[in-house]
Design a protein around this ligand. Structure first.
Ligand code: NI
Length: 176
């Protein structure tokens, strides 16, 4: 693996809670960042990772995630734009979701069961990724990250509090 594993930023870190800057240079540094993101995602056993989850304020995410048929898809999307089915065609999947930046708990989040993102690869060539199942969830979750939104921001106040309590308790237990 080419990349370096970098520490994952945790909920509460400012870079996770504001929109990231668009990528403007498709250079060697960007390719290196993507390598580090893949290495960090695999080390943490995640299915997706946004740049601000390793502290970098840029609009890029990586993914390696199965779709509804269990087929694995992986890649990098720079400056992603999310596309969801029209409201009339939209079906919600209320499956469980978690996040490497909120390690431990999971919660149900209703999201459209299919999604696409349009963007660029690390060389600047256009890419479109279409996803179903967990991949659809992943594409939405990672695009949210780049907007400064963590999945718990989509929960009811009560569910959010429960997730954060579980996270804090696990964190305290690990620190003992
Ligand atoms: Ni996440």
């Amino acid at each position: 693996m080419a990349g370096q594993v970098r520490p994952i930023t945790l909920v509460g870190t400012p870079v996770l809670h504001r929109a990231c800057r668009p990528v403007q240079e498709f250079d060697a540094a960007l390719a290196e960042l993507a390598d580090d993101m893949f290495a960090s995602m695999y080390a943490a056993e995640g299915v997706g990772l946004a740049a601000n989850q390793i502290g970098v304020d840029l609009r890029i995410f990586v993914y390696d995630c199965p779709d509804e048929d269990g087929e694995r898809h992986s890649g990098t999307v720079v400056n992603p734009v999310l596309e969801l089915p029209a409201l009339a065609d939209r079906r919600l999947d209320d499956g469980e979701e978690g996040c490497l930046s909120v390690p431990g708990p999971h919660a149900r989040v209703a999201r459209p069961d299919r999604a696409a993102v349009r963007g660029f690869d690390v060389k600047g060539d256009p890419v479109t990724v279409e996803g179903t199942g967990l991949l659809a969830r992943c594409l939405q979750h990672e695009t949210d990250h780049l907007e400064g939104k963590v999945y718990i921001d989509r929960l009811s106040a009560r569910a959010r509090k429960k997730v954060l309590k579980e996270y804090e308790e696990l964190r305290a237990a690990r620190a003992e």
